[in-house]
Write a protein that binds this ligand. Sequence first.
Ligand code: UDX
Length: 437
Amino acid sequence: MRITVIGTGYLGATHAACMAELGYEVLGLDIDPEKVAALSAGRVPMFEPGLEELLTRHVSSGRLRFTTSWEEAGAFGDVHFVCTNTPQRKGEFAADMSYFDRAVDQLAPVLRPGAVVVGKSTVPVGSAARIAERLTELGPGDVALAWNPEFLREGYAVKDTLHPDRLVIGVAEPGGRAEQTLRQLYAPLTEDGVPLVVTDFATAELVKAAANSFLATKISFINAMAEVCEAAGADVVQLSAALAFDERIGGRFLNAGLGFGGGCLPKDIRAFMARAGELGADQALTFLREVDSINMRRRSRMVELAREQCGGGFLGRRVAVLGAAFKPNTDDVRDSPALNVAAQIQLQGAQVTVYDPKAMDNARKQFPSLTFADSVLEACEGAHVVLHLTEWQEFRELDPEAVGSVVASRQILDGRNILDPAVWRTAGWTYRALGRP
Ligand code: UDX
């Protein structure tokens, strides 16, 4: 079975390398010639642990190649995974399907009869049925569609693709060619015990929207508890630890702090609300509006805490921001809570210096007006307050004495509830965090 992967962004590049790892011959297609050149040379355009090694290995062996040619992709593949991005539309909640739709329109006419097309991107429910019709209209006939949502996390993309919690496959015809092909393709994973759930198109699309909504809700739930803890003088870290012992609740995704960001959770819950509205089911998801608001309020709260520590105003104050990526182990700064807070504080008059172990280039591109430093100590030089906003391992291991020797004032705000308050306080720091007394 030969595989093409259409769109070699985060999802596509990972999927292509992992399918090669499973033993398939893979051709990745992207419309961006620079991306194709980089990947063909074994270079991954983002930081993702383990991916470059996998890519290099399979590019060298010739099992994995990249192209910009639709004709080549159409002629090559038995199975075509479409992995283009579906970002939030400008000024709206709804998802922008134009990249995905354009990919289908280009691919369909060059497909071979008997090909299987597999949608992987996160899309509004109902898209698969629409795309199936489009394939019939523009394709050579006898093309089957399956919907196979992807649940990978950045920073764990390779592991999540090769060892997923489950595989979900949406098909128009249970037991038909699309299902059989994917069962065969994923046999190396299912034989290892990965559960496979076969559904109709709409259910498969909804599993992804529901999973991300649940995760976002869990984070906002604990952050709502953090707000109440702040009002009551209680400690959300202890509260969360105690809740986690209840197996029905569980401790994962229950870390209170600055909340969620990135290219998925924020835009996916908004797109889900927009789609539910179109379907006349908006009432069912009004709670997601609250989930979104709680999440955004954490950022404002962090700005407020920083202002308090700066004596009520930011003018003439230096603020060090540790972290720019939306979470550790990635260089992705899309909708990054850390950069959002840094930019707000700078707008209010502070001199803000940001340091991140991996995301500096992306952060600079997105916020050229912020100042960037090459190390923690350089960022903290002369700072009136230090903000810990992305929990990289490097920051967990910071020595409060070393940092204390360069700052103007020993004040630290822990936006991720990771640092040990006792250690920092013993070293003479004022330590404050979200949701803790
Ligand atoms: C998410 C989903 O986890 C994944 O299944 C889906 O395919 C894509 O979206 P990702 O965006 O890579 O993955 O990040 P994730 O690890 O889920 O974290 C999302 C955000 O939530 C991060 O900003 C993180 O800092 C925040 N978070 C996570 C919390 O604030 N508290 C937590 O307890 C967990």
